[in-house]
Design a protein around this ligand. Structure first.
Ligand SMILES: CC(=O)SCCNC(=O)CCNC(=O)[C@H](O)C(C)(C)COP(=O)(O)OP(=O)(O)OC[C@H]1O[C@@H](n2cnc3c(N)ncnc32)[C@H](O)[C@@H]1OP(=O)(O)O
Ligand SMILES: O=C([O-])CC(=O)C(=O)O
Length: 383
């Protein structure tokens, strides 16, 4: 008989387990507070840019104007992707899931990077800059190819957000549209030890290469319990149809013990502060464009959920309102999760770099609950 460990210490879902230190992101889930480098997310959204937050996360400090200008120039200079990759993306099956396509494209991109096997901190940072820049080009190319449209080359004279919308929609966005998208990217850039960041770190903890870390993270973000929820919220809105049907729809789902997408969070037991910022923009868009249908449905769903299960700590998360903002920018729901990745690439890279400074192999354990004292039985003796 082998010793069998006791079950009392299982932290299911690693809930509340502290495995490392980080100076990047702080979350207070009971009060709905999120900060990066100690600065509230609302201030980042109001005053900063995705470029600046990305650099601040990579280096763990606010950049000077000169450092930011250099980083911005590096991003602009690194937007192009290899022709071979463009050809490959153009040949992906049209019905492939865009997150599968992204995972494949990033893996393929790594084959062309002569630095890809270098796991030094300097190389990890240089690769990160290229990945942040090239994610935009890859995701826009995947969307265009999937829609049967011509792939558009990046432009160096536009901001990161503006250039992405240009490559995606085939026309330059207005400054307001580019800024709105920039804010959405800021809100999604990092979020502590979420499942995809943890996955990236787990891969990096074996001293694996940057591309492998990011490909692992894309796979984790894809699921509907994490980044995939934003697309599912739009599916729900289309199922509901009109605002007057929202309350009955949600009540029925909750009565049937079904989950509502875009609400609930492992850490937030109150409003996710990112959902408040996005709600304000969603409301603005609804008023301005007279497109209030989705917004009104969401408002009713929010009220019904908070009334019914707010006491369990279930409130809207970041995925709840983001889709309506993206829809207004002409983005189809199939691309919402890749767009989450477009922002989260900064957090993934920054977290891998931070963890690698004082690496320790991640290797938790499981309580063994299987058989003991068995012996191999020949196939012929098994029933
Ligand atoms: C960017 C992001 O990743 S944000 C999260 C995006 N994901 C979603 O929006 C998917 C919907 N939400 C969920 O599935 C969950 O809230 C998660 C996975 C995000 C977090 O789940 P957990 O921390 O494991 O919470 P858990 O499942 O223990 O829920 C606690 C209670 O709230 C209920 N609950 C949690 N989320 C929801 C939901 N979305 N709808 C209805 N009830 C819910 C659970 O059924 C459970 O009820 P019970 O105690 O009566 O059994
Ligand atoms: O932190 C989490 O578990 C999920 C989340 O909100 C994010 O990744 O943005």
């Amino acid at each position: 008989m082998y010793p069998v460990s006791n079950m009392t210490n299982i932290a299911k879902g690693l809930e509340g387990v502290l495995f490392t230190e980080s100076k990047l992101t702080f979350i207070n889930g009971s009060e709905g507070i999120l900060t990066h480098l100690g600065i509230p997310i609302q201030e980042w959204a109001e005053k900063s840019t995705f470029e600046e937050l990305s650099l601040a996360l990579l280096d763990g400090e606010l950049p000077t104007a000169e450092e930011l200008a250099k980083f911005d120039a590096q991003l602009r200079a690194n937007r192009a992707i290899p022709d071979k990759l463009i050809e490959e993306i153009a040949s992906f099956p049209k019905n492939a899931n865009p997150m599968q396509a992204l995972r494949t494209a990033v893996s393929y991109l790594g084959l062309f990077d002569p630095q890809s096997e270098d796991v030094s901190q300097e190389a990890r940072r240089e690769i990160s800059i290229r990945l942040i820049a090239q994610f935009a080009t890859i995701i826009a190319a995947i969307a265009r190819a999937r829609e049967g449209q011509e792939i558009i080359a990046p432009r160096a004279d536009l901001t990161h957000a503006g250039n992405f919308l240009y490559m995606l929609n085939g026309k330059e966005p207005s400054p307001e549209q580019a800024r709105l998208f920039d804010i959405a990217l800021i809100l999604h850039a990092d979020h502590g030890m979420n499942a995809s960041t943890f996955t990236a770190i787990a891969t990096s903890s074996t001293i694996s290469d940057m591309y492998s870390c990011i490909v692992s993270a894309i796979g984790a973000l894809k699921g509907p319990l994490h980044g995939g929820a934003n697309e599912q919220v739009m599916v729900m809105l289309d199922e509901v149809g009109t605002p007057d049907k929202a309350e009955a729809y949600i009540t029925k789902k909750l009565d049937n013990k079904e989950k509502i997408m875009g609400v609930g969070h492992r850490v937030y037991k109150y409003f996710d502060p990112r959902s408040r910022v996005l709600r304000d923009y969603a409301a603005m868009v609804a008023d301005k464009e007279g497109k209030s249908n989705y917004y009104q449905i969401l408002e009713t769903i929010e009220k019904t959920v908070v009334d019914r299960i707010g006491s369990k700590g279930i409130y809207p998360n970041v995925d709840f309102y983001s889709g309506t903002v993206y829809s207004d920018l002409g983005i189809k729901k199939e691309y919402f999760t890749p767009i989450f990745a477009l922002a989260r690439i900064s957090g993934w890279c920054a977290s891998v770099i931070e963890y690698s400074k004082d690496n320790r192999l991640l290797r938790p354990d499981a309580v063994y609950t299987g058989l003991t004292d068995q012996h191999y039985k020949d196939l012929k003796d098994r029933q």
